[in-house]
Design a protein around this ligand. Sequence first.
Ligand SMILES: *Cc1c(COP(=O)(O)O)cnc(C)c1O
Length: 237
Amino acid sequence: MEDIRGNLEKVEKRIAEAAEGSGRKPEDVLLVAVSKTRTPEEINTAIDAGVTHIGENKVQEIMDKYDEVKPVKWHMIGHLQTNKVKYIIDKVDLIHSVDSLKLAKEIDKRAASHGITMDVLVQINPADEESKFGVSLGETKGLIEDILEQCENVNIRGLMSVAPIAEDPRDVKVYFDKVKAEYDEFSRIDHPRLDFKYLSMGMSHDFEVAIEAGANLVRVGSAIFGERDYSKVRIGG
Ligand SMILES: *Cc1c(COP(=O)(O)O)cnc(C)c1O
C-alpha cells in the first residue's frame, strides 16, 4: 500500500520550495492530484490528507467514481470527445483540454442547458507533437477569439500544456516558457469571459521546472499515488 499521505506531504513541500524559489508563495500554486486508475478509497485517503482538487483524464472514470468520492473539486484534464461532454458538464469545475471550437461549442450548449457557465482552459501542444492533443501556439489566438465570439456560456480561465517527455525536464523548459509567454499575452486582454487565472503545466516528473517557468496549477499523479497499473483499469471511456 502506497503511503499517499506521506507522498502528498513530500509533493507539497517540493511545490512550496519551487514556488518560493521563483519568488512566489506556496499557496499561489494549486495542486490537482491526478487520480486516474485510482480507486475511490485511494482518492478519499488523499482527500482526508488535504487534497481539495482532483484530476481525471477519462469521462468514464469520473462517472464511475463520482458518487463514491468525498466532496472535492473535479478537473477534466484529458482529451474530451464532443459526444461525452454531456456526462461531465454538471460534475467538473474546470475542463483543461479544450482544443477545438467544436468541443467548445458543445460545452457551451450543455452548459446553457444546465444554466451554468463552464470554466475551461485552452490546451496547447507547444512542441507540435503528433502524439499529443492541443492547438499549436500559432492557433491559440484564433481559437480563443472564436470561443469568445461563439460560446457565451464558456469562460476561458487560462492555458494548459503537457511538455515533451525528457530525461531531464530542464531540457524542455523552453516549451513551458513559450506557453507562459502566451499566457502573459492573454492575461492583458480585457474581456468578460477571458479571465486568466490558471496556467496548468507540470506533472510528477517536471512540476518543479514548470513552476519555475510560471505554472500556477500542477497536475501530479504518480508522485502522490504511486506508479499506475493500467491492467486494473478497463479500456475505453
Ligand atoms: C496522467 C496525467 C497527469 C499526471 O501524470 P503523473 O506523471 O502521474 O504525475 C497530468 N496531466 C495529464 C493530462 C495526465 O493525463
